[in-house]
Design a protein around this ligand. Structure first.
Ligand code: COA
Length: 344
């Protein structure tokens, strides 16, 4: 257990990994930080939360003052060998004491114990505090995903109402070393954004410029009804899809997706052509996700929000994030044919 005694006002606060018995305290903390607006209903339901903690689907770290949970945040391991740092809440009375940053430490240690290759975070853009906490952990920012969370979300004590669906910067903390250069297959339109992103990771990006025959991709998709988003994944292997790409995209919209994402393996020669096909369908650059592509390769994420988010609601006050924001919005403008100034 860590004793958070180093910062002003944190004496007497303990930080440790949570067990199922902490579920009531964690649920209360989420209710006080978000009201009834948290998109995942299990986070405010002690019985469901306890089950999730027991099964290690969500591994929580908690900050406790005299046994009362005053902050909580989670690690969720994924089948692809990476994990998510997610579901953060600190009581308004205990904010700005460094608790969020402190709670992430045991989760990173746990992730190393599980041999995860990278930890991803979605840092909200209605305020920049979680971006700063992720940066202080050593994370890099490799994308900006627009429209990923519902507009109904409320960050009590910071922002009561959102004017649009929430956009999030994608952060990544690499837990294993990687080669200093990588070869990727993307069309010219997104090369600048991709190489800027790899540079943030200290990786030099080489573009394959020859056309190489590649087997056609198989697609599979996942609809997250809590967040109202859908992801279509492209891979060279997998069951034969029941629908064409266009049929799948319209099905996902009909079933309630308010933002569509596509994830493609950057190392595959078939990706360049697939990106062009997706751009014709309104998808633009969102992120590079190390280790999230087929066979643990890196993935390119493209995005198509149903309603465009405007840059003025995307708060960023870290060096480098302004460039990322600009690249993402410029590419949205290029794909939608809308002048960039109309997006602001
Ligand atoms: C986001 C949240 C979890 C941060 O928790 P916290 O314990 O207050 O954060 P920390 O004290 O560890 O601070 C993290 C960084 O944000 C800064 N920060 C936090 N609150 C701040 C505030 N109100 N004003 C200015 N800076 C602030 C800190 O100075 C720190 O930056 P630094 O490392 O550059 O000094 C908390 O504000 C919260 O629960 N918000 C409501 C829910 C939410 O926004 N969740 C989104 C998570 S993606």
């Amino acid at each position: 257990m860590l004793h958070a005694g180093n910062g002003v006002g944190t004496t007497g606060i303990d930080v440790r990994l949570a067990g199922p018995k902490d579920a009531h305290g964690i649920a209360r903390c989420f209710s006080e930080a978000y009201g009834a607006s948290y998109p995942n209903p299990w986070a405010t339901d002690p019985a469901l939360l306890s089950m999730r903690v027991e099964e290690e689907r969500s591994i929580f770290a908690v900050a406790l003052e005299r046994g009362v949970v005053v902050g909580a945040t989670a690690l969720e391991p994924r089948a692809d060998g990476t994990g998510d740092l997610c579901h953060a809440a600190v009581l308004p009375s205990h904010r700005r004491l460094g608790l969020f940053s402190l709670m992430n430490a045991p989760l990173v240690e746990k992730a190393r114990g599980l041999a995860l290759s990278a930890l991803f975070g979605r840092c909200v853009t209605s305020h920049p505090f979680s971006q700063r906490a992720m940066a202080s952990l050593g994370s890099s920012f490799t994308g900006l995903s627009l429209s990923v969370a519902p507009r109904s979300m409320r960050f009590l004590g910071i922002q009561e109402d959102l004017t649009q669906r929430e956009a999030c910067f994608d952060s990544v903390l690499l837990l294993e070393s990687r080669p200093c250069s990588t070869r990727v297959h993307v069309p010219p339109d997104v090369r600048f954004a991709v190489s800027h992103t790899y540079a943030e990771l200290g990786v030099r990006c080489e573009f394959e410029r020859r056309a190489i025959d590649a087997p056609r991709f198989r697609i599979s998709s996942e609809l997250d009804r809590d967040l109202g988003i859908a992801t279509v994944r492209f891979a060279s292997r997998g069951p034969r899809p029941a629908r064409t790409l266009d049929e799948e995209l319209s099905r996902l919209e009909t079933e309630g997706a308010e933002a569509l994402f596509a994830e493609l393996p950057l190392a595959s020669p078939a990706t360049a052509g697939a990106v062009e096909a997706l751009r014709d369908r309104g998808f633009s650059f969102a992120a590079v996700l190390p280790g999230r592509g087929e066979g643990r390769s890196d993935a390119l994420r493209l995005q198509r929000p149903l309603r465009d988010v405007t840059p003025d609601v995307v708060a960023a006050d870290l060096p480098g994030l302004d460039t990322l924001r600009l690249l993402v919005f410029q590419d949205r403008a290029a794909v939608t044919g809308m002048p960039a100034e109309q997006l602001s």
